[in-house]
Design a protein around this ligand. Structure first.
Ligand SMILES: *[C@@H]1O[C@H](CO)[C@@H](O)[C@H](O)[C@H]1NC(C)=O
Ligand SMILES: *[C@@H]1O[C@H](CO)[C@@H](O)[C@H](O)[C@H]1NC(C)=O
Ligand SMILES: *[C@@H]1O[C@H](CO)[C@@H](O)[C@H](O)[C@H]1NC(C)=O
Ligand SMILES: *[C@@H]1O[C@H](CO)[C@@H](O)[C@H](O)[C@H]1NC(C)=O
Ligand SMILES: *[C@@H]1O[C@H](CO)[C@@H](O)[C@H](O)[C@H]1NC(C)=O
Ligand SMILES: CC(=O)N[C@H]1CO[C@H](CO)[C@@H](O)[C@@H]1O
Length: 940
């Protein structure tokens, strides 16, 4: 067992805080706080197994979920009989015996087909720990079967959770399942509801079992006096953290609505809380003129009742009134009889006037605005007797008042003016204005026409004793008596005189005139005015208006009418004038016509008339010379014209002259005929002709012909092809004389320098054009023994220079000798062309006592090789070979001097003499060197 435990530890509990303790036959697995104990030695029936579990641990396992199942399957060792678990069928329900809880669906873990509940006693349950098939699944079994006991130790302790929770086992621990209304790990904390506040105008009192405003808190609301509670008065905090109903509010107690303010009064309410509610105060007042009846102020008490009823307003009272004598009283009472605002008016009988204010009112203070009025008889104006009359009156009421009556009578000689008897009416006026007594009248006079009236009136205008006189205006004469009087009978002594206009002589209208006269007074008298006008085409001579003056004479003498004058006409130049004059010369209706001479044309209308306005119908015509076409100078010509009449018209003559270089083509002078055409067409100016040019060989010619081909002004430019040079003028012009400015040029090949053959060479040239000119080609060939230095063949370019400089022929070079010379040997060379070069000859000789070994004379061959290898000197004996030769200048003379200088003279002479036989010297003109040049010269 111990071994197995070790393996188990290693196999399953590695890394966990785990502990195995072996107690007899029991094994405990402790995983943190969760503990399972089991025993398989021995296997027991279910009751024994449970007894063992209860004896040693808490109880047989109760499984709450799948997590515990897989845990057990993993950590328990395999037992062939498997393990009992603490579940049984009680009252036909699978029940956990340890916790007495019904099996939940969550924890259910039956093997396939289980429970099949075979047999009555198979209501115990085993768990297939580590079985191949249906591992960890459950199976219902006969309770007497013997199996391993699977026990657990509870993690829940007395104080694991608070009293408000149930402790539940979990793997390795427990959890506290809170009772409703509690929360927190140990479910100590009651669920909180929203905080409550006392309502406005109210109080709040809470009984808290688990802290204020928490689960099971009970809060009671009440309101202050004058307010009533609206809503639930008591609230409970529920397990869900909400109150069982909304918090109540306190609402003010209302009094009955005051339906209306008293009539004629006003109400002013003060509402500290709400309108017409608890503590509201209303005050009453009456309008002006009204007294309040009742209390002026009422209040709403806490029960919602007003302290008093609404008061009323009563109008204020004035004294009662009665109607005055001769009058009526009329009143209106808006409120009560003779009280505030009552209005009374008094009206008087006809003929009586109101004394005082007609209408009075009862004021708000209960007094009348004025004292009541009375009625008095209407007064007329007081009367007095008129001048020259007497007055008699009767007065029923008062003097000169309503119903009084008065009458007037005049003295003799005067007439009553007005009604004799008058009465004072009910309106206080006399029926008529009081009468007067007046003097007798004559007819009223007015001044006669064109006269003045002058009157004097001792009484009244135009009445007894009035006197009037008349005077006439200027130009008028008095007809009658000048002064008249009004008699006592009311008539004038004479009729009123008149004023008559002064007369002029009558007028007669002159001939061809109209006369319009106006006669304000009478025909042709003072003021008459005559206007005179003439017929159309005639002009008035004299004053157009005549007036008859105040002296009876006309202002002017009578005028006359004369025909209107036009401008006098004369015959135009080259024309005749023919006129007819019905009235006067060149005046209204005169008619004139013009005719022109031959060769001239009428310009204007032939016949014109003098109009009524004194102007000719048209301006007088003129005669103009007949026109030819206007001419302009021809190109390159000048036009000279003479015009006896007008430009280019009848008798005009024109001639043309041409510019230099141009020739006239046609008649030089032409004339304009009487028919308006030129005798000939206008001649032209043609450029003078030069001979046509042909471009010379190897040239290009560019010509411009401003006038015509190769004529005056033509200009030809000539140029040569490449390599050729123009000989002559490059530009030719056709001059005004018809000749070219220069003779035609030619093109010649461009020249190069003439060449001569260089030394020791021959020159071979070909010349396509001229000697040593463009395209000439020359080649140089050297003589034998000379080499060409440069290009063999050169050409003359188009620029007139050779492509290359002429090459030279240089002598062939042989190897230089004597640098240094072998011992005892000396050398003399003759170089006709250059040192050690073609044709060079060198002679050697050895010192005395030495002998020449080799050829004494060498010459440079055309192949550039010496004729023989250079010699040397040997000391053997006195035999001296012919290897040494003297070198000397050119010619025999120098050879001779050499011989004179050297001690060898004799020797050489003997040698030469010896040799003469073989190589005889030329008698004249040849040198020793020339001799040596001979290819036959072979020493030894
Ligand atoms: C067990 O659970 C309690 C309450 O839930 C907790 O306070 C405690 O730390 C847990 N113990 C372990 C070991 O998890
Ligand atoms: C809640 O209050 C009711 C009545 O006041 C009481 O019967 C009940 O036991 C209380 N519950 C708790 C958990 O305090
Ligand atoms: C009502 O009026 C009384 C007396 O003026 C005062 O003492 C009381 O505070 C008022 N109540 C309220 C709720 O205003
Ligand atoms: C005279 O009177 C007539 C008609 O009133 C008028 O047509 C005419 O022009 C007058 N002649 C003159 C000269 O005033
Ligand atoms: C002369 O010179 C040749 C070649 O250089 C040599 O072979 C010969 O022996 C010389 N003769 C004498 C006598 O020294
Ligand atoms: C009740 C009981 O005996 N429980 C045991 C479970 O196993 C551990 C380890 O042996 C014992 O200490 C407990 O007493």
């Amino acid at each position: 067992m111990l071994v197995w435990v070790h393996c188990f530890y290693q196999k399953y509990l590695h890394g966990l805080i785990a502990l195995f303790v072996f107690i007899g036959s029991g094994v405990r697995i402790e995983v943190e706080a969760w503990t399972y104990n089991y025993s398989t030695t021995p296997n027991r029936n279910w009751n024994a197994a449970r007894q063992w579990c209860r004896q040693h641990f808490t109880d047989m396992v109760a499984i709450q979920n799948q997590e515990e199942i897989s845990y057990l399957n993993e950590y328990l060792p395999k037992n062939s009989k498997y393990y009992w678990i603490g579940i049984r069928k009680i009252n036909n329900k699978w029940t956990w015996v340890g916790t007495n809880k019904i099996l939940t669906a969550e924890a259910e873990n039956w093997a396939k087909g289980e429970p099949n509940n075979k047999g009555t006693s198979s209501d115990c349950v085993e768990m297939y720990i580590k079985r191949d098939l249906d591992t960890a699944k459950w199976n219902d079994q006969n309770c007497n079967s013997k199996k391993g006991a699977l026990c657990y130790t509870a993690s829940c302790a007395e104080d694991s959770c608070s009293v408000h929770a149930d402790c539940e086992e979990t793997i390795g621990n427990y959890t506290c399942k809170c009772h409703p209304g509690f929360q927190g790990p140990r479910c100590e904390e009651a669920v909180a509801c929203d905080m409550l506040e006392a309502p406005e105008w109210g109080q709040l009192q809470c009984a808290d079992m688990h802290g204020s405003f928490r689960f099971n808190s009970s809060c009671t609301f009440n309101c202050t006096q004058g307010f009533s509670l609206m809503g639930t008065w008591n609230l409970q905090c529920r397990a869900s953290g909400s109150w069982d109903s909304d918090p109540p509010s306190c609402q003010v107690v209302k009094c009955p609505q005051l339906a209306s303010v008293p009539a004629r009064g006003s109400m002013n309410c003060f509402n500290p809380i709400e309108p017409q509610s608890f503590n509201s105060t209303c005050e009453f007042s009456c309008e002006e003129g009204f007294n309040i009846i009742g209390s002026t102020s009422i209040q709403c008490d806490f029960r919602g009742l007003w302290t008093n009823g609404i008061p009323t307003c009563k109008a204020r009272q004035c004294d009662a009134l009665t109607a005055p004598l001769h009058g009526n009283l009329r009143c209106s009472h808006p409120h009560e009889d003779f009280s505030y605002n009552s209005s009374c008016s008094v009206s008087c009988e006809e003929g009586f006037l109101l004394n005082g204010t007609a209408s009075i009112q009862c004021t708000s203070l209960g007094v009348w605005t004025e004292s009541p009025p009375s009625c008095q008889a209407r007064q007329c104006d007081a009367l007095t007797a008129p001048l020259h009359g007497n007055l008699h009156c009767s007065h029923p009421h008062e003097d000169f008042s309503y119903n009084s009556s008065c009458s007037v009578s005049c003295e003799e000689g005067f007439l009553l003016n007005g009604t004799a008897s008058i009465q004072c009416t009910s309106l206080g006026v006399w029926t008529e204005s009081p009468p007067s007594c007046q003097a007798r009248r004559c007819d009223a006079l007015t001044a006669p026409l064109h006269g003045n009236l002058n009157c004097s009136h001792p009484h009244e205008d135009f009445s007894y004793n009035s006197s009037c006189s008349v005077s006439c205006e200027e130009g008028f004469l008095l007809n009658g008596t000048a002064s008249i009087q009004c008699t006592s009978l009311g008539v004038w002594t004479q009729p009123l005189p008149l004023c008559q206009a002064r007369q002029c002589l009558p007028l007669v209208a002159p001939e061809r005139s109209q006369m319009n006269c106006s006669h304000p007074h009478s025909l042709f008298s003072f003021g008459s005015r005559c206007e005179l006008g003439c017929e159309e085409g005639f002009v008035l001579q004299g004053a157009p208006t005549l007036q008859c003056t105040e002296s009876g004479l006309w202002s002017h003498t009578a005028p006359s009418c004369q025909a209107r004058q036009c401008e006098a006409l004369t015959a135009p130049l080259h024309g005749n004038l023919n006129c007819s004059h019905p009235h006067e010369d060149f005046s209204y209706n005169s008619s004139c016509s013009v005719s022109c001479e031959e060769g001239f044309l009428l310009n204007g209308t032939a016949s014109i008339q003098c109009t009524s306005l004194g102007v000719w119908t048209e301006s007088p015509p003129s005669c103009q010379a007949r026109r030819c076409d206007a001419l302009t100078a021809p190109l390159h010509g000048n036009l000279h014209c003479s015009h006896p009449h007008e430009d280019f018209s009848y008798n005009s003559s024109c001639s043309v002259s041409c510019e230099e270089g141009f020739l006239l083509n046609g008649t030089a002078s032409i004339q304009c005929t009487s028919l308006g055409v030129w005798t000939q067409p206008l001649p032209l100016c043609k450029a003078r002709q030069c001979l046509p040019l042909v471009a010379p060989e190897r040239s290009q010619m560019n010509c411009s012909h401003p006038h015509s081909l190769f004529s005056f002004g033509s200009r030809c430019e000539l140029g040569c092809e490449e390599g050729f040079v123009l000989q002559g003028a490059p530009t030719l012009q056709c001059t005004e004389s018809g000749l070219w400015s220069h003779t035609a040029p030619s093109c010649q090949a461009r020249r190069c320098d003439a060449l001569t053959a260089p030394q020791n060479a021959t020159l071979n040239c070909s010349h396509p054009h001229e000697d040593f000119s463009y395209n000439s080609s020359c080649s140089v060939s050297c003589e034998e023994g000379f080499l060409l230095n440069g290009t063999a063949s050169i050409q003359c370019t188009s620029l007139g220079v050779w492509t290359q400089p002429l090459p030279l022929c240089q002598a062939v070079q042989c190897e230089a000798l004597g640098d240094p010379l072998p011992p005892y040997l000396s050398m003399k060379c003759h170089n006709p062309v250059g040192n050690f070069s073609f044709k060079s000859q060198c002679l050697f000789h050895c010192e005395v006592g030495t002998a020449l070994n080799g050829t004494s004379g060498l010459y440079c061959k055309s192949s550039g090789l010496w004729s023989a290898p250079p010699p040397s000197c040997t000391e053997l004996g006195m035999t001296v070979g012919m290897g040494m030769l003297m070198s000397a200048g050119v010619g025999v003379a120098s050879a001779v001097s050499l011989l004179l200088l050297g001690g060898l003279g004799f020797f050489i002479a003997s040698q030469l003499s010896k040799r003469t036989k073989k190589y005889p010297l030329e008698p004249k003109g040849t040198s020793l060197w020339e001799e040596l040049e001979n290819p036959a010269f072979i020493p030894n």
